[in-house]
Design a protein around this ligand. Structure first.
Ligand code: C2O
Ligand code: CU
Length: 475
């Protein structure tokens, strides 16, 4: 067969395929593309988190594992997930960071009724942005996430930078008792009014790990997901020079982390590229240095004895293709301000609870310690703290008038972090969760292009429960 005949045949099949497509019923084309189907069962299970020398831990999880099964789709694919609730409590799933229709956002009483114990719910949506995401309940979040309900959701780029391995570490923080069972003191007022429920055992993909094995010369894309209730991480990869290529799933100009530490508040993600520049047999520590004197070794990078995969650092580019996000117009943007108040060592003496001005003692008795713009939200009260016009640009100034860190998450959108403490940021990074240090301020910019009622809250889950949440309406 000659080359010409092959080409001709290709052309013919192509045309035939086109004709066939044109005669298909309309529902099978375009928007009705087939979905990737998954099924998740939320139920209690017994798992070994801290190793064989300790008893197993009774957890709540998806499909009997922690983290839940990894959901991996290609950018633009539709995802359909049937959730079965076999927990002794109602639940929902929130697809953290995915820009999806409001009805699929998984917020109980706001976007759906919670899934009853023994009930089911089907989520279905498209994944418009490539990147690293995660899923978790939005019902009694502190307890349900704290007992183990979380999983990774990876949306693959159509055209990703070449790496030797693509690895995900979902970081969890557990508060365990001596017998390795989960401490049941969720939502206690000490945690609510201080730094949240910080645990005593950190796991990587559901287990305390001694080592992560690597090979000399390889290039690893490492997706970090902070699924902890409250713990902030500041990871240092000793002896290595990781580059951050994405934050909260969104590509960012590849750069080394400031002070060599990758700082991740709860719910935040970072995609790193790490060249394994050590030699066979070497061991390096990965250390978490966030809480000063409480530094600990997360695990060791252990080089196998295999010969190096390559001897020079791979010259492949690191830049990820940008997702299609609407660019906020800073000049015409309408400006708003959200002030955070409350917490221990704060100045808040009163806030609005259930529509009434309430003194701090009464707030406390009702489990509240925080406020956004003077409103301490509780239960299912979801009067919007801001109403934004569809497709308009906004700059929102976030002012942390408290003595604590807060990772603030907006549902349904990404925003650019354009300023911190009055200074422009270097990378104008897109994020869905921005970490504010005590007394810090930040300016975020976005186009309000997804209609609906969206949660805006602190992802330290005891803070959220203690009043640090509100609804931003896009109408
Ligand atoms: Cu990851 Cu409102 O949550
Ligand atoms: Cu907070």
């Amino acid at each position: 067969m000659t080359l010409a005949t092959i080409n001709r045949r290709h052309v013919l099949t192509g045309t035939a395929a086109l004709l066939a497509a044109a005669s298909l019923p309309r529902t099978l084309s375009g928007a009705q593309r087939a979905s990737r189907e998954f099924r998740l069962v939320a139920a209690p299970a017994r798992l070994s988190l801290v190793g064989a020398q300790h008893p197993a831990t009774e957890v709540w999880c998806y499909d009997g594992r922690v983290p839940g099964p990894e959901i991996r789709v290609k950018q633009g694919e539709r995802l359909r997930v049937l959730v079965e609730n076999r927990l002794p409590d109602v639940t929902t799933i929130h697809w953290h960071g995915i820009r999806l229709p409001n009805a699929m956002d998984g917020v109980p009483h706001l976007t759906q009724e919670p899934i009853a114990s023994g009930g089911q719910f089907t989520y279905e949506f498209e994944c418009p942005d490539a990147g690293t995401y995660w899923y978790h309940p939005h019902q009694s979040s502190s307890e349900q996430i704290g007992r183990g309900l979380s999983g990774c959701l990876i949306v693959e780029e159509r055209d990703a930078p070449r790496v030797d391995r693509d690895v995900t570490w979902l970081l969890s923080d557990w508060r365990l008792l001596k017998n390795a069972s989960i401490s049941g003191d969720f939502g206690n007022m000490h945690d609510v009014s201080h730094g949240g429920r910080i645990g005593n055992v950190v796991t990587v993909n559901g287990a305390v790990r001694e080592a992560f094995e690597v090979r000399a010369g390889e290039r690893v894309r490492l997706r970090l997901i902070n699924a902890a209730n409250a713990r902030i991480f500041a990871l240092e990869f000793e002896g290595h020079a990781p580059k951050i290529i994405a934050l909260d799933g969104q590509p960012v100009e590849p750069h080394g982390p400031p002070q060599g530490r990758i700082v991740l508040g709860p719910a935040m993600r970072a995609d790193l590229v790490i060249d394994m520049t050590g030699t066979p047999g070497q061991v390096f520590r990965v250390v978490d240095r966030f809480y000063g004197s409480l530094n600990y070794r997360l695990l060791n990078l252990v080089y196998s004895q295999e010969p190096p995969l390559r001897t020079e650092i791979s010259g492949e580019p690191l830049r990820l293709p940008a997702n299609r996000l609407a660019e906020p117009d800073l000049k015409s943007a309408e400006r708003h301000r959200i002030v955070f108040g409350g917490g221990m060592m704060g100045q808040m003496s009163a806030a609005i609870m259930d529509g009434k001005r309430t003194d701090i003692r009464t707030l406390f008795q009702n489990g509240l310690a925080w406020a956004l713009n003077g409103i301490a939200a509780r239960g299912h009260l979801h009067a919007p703290i801001l109403t934004l016009a569809l497709n308009r640009s906004y700059v929102i100034e976030l002012i942390n008038d408290t003595a604590w860190h807060h990772p603030m998450h907006l549902h349904g959108h990404f925003f650019r972090v354009v300023g911190r403490n009055g200074q422009p940021t270097r990378f104008k990074e897109w994020q869905d969760t921005v970490l504010l240090a005590p007394r810090e301020s930040a300016e975020i910019a976005l186009v309000a292009d997804n209609p609906g009622d969206w949660m805006f809250h602190c992802h330290i889950l005891e803070h959220q429960q203690g009043g640090m949440m509100g609804v931003i309406r896009v109408a």
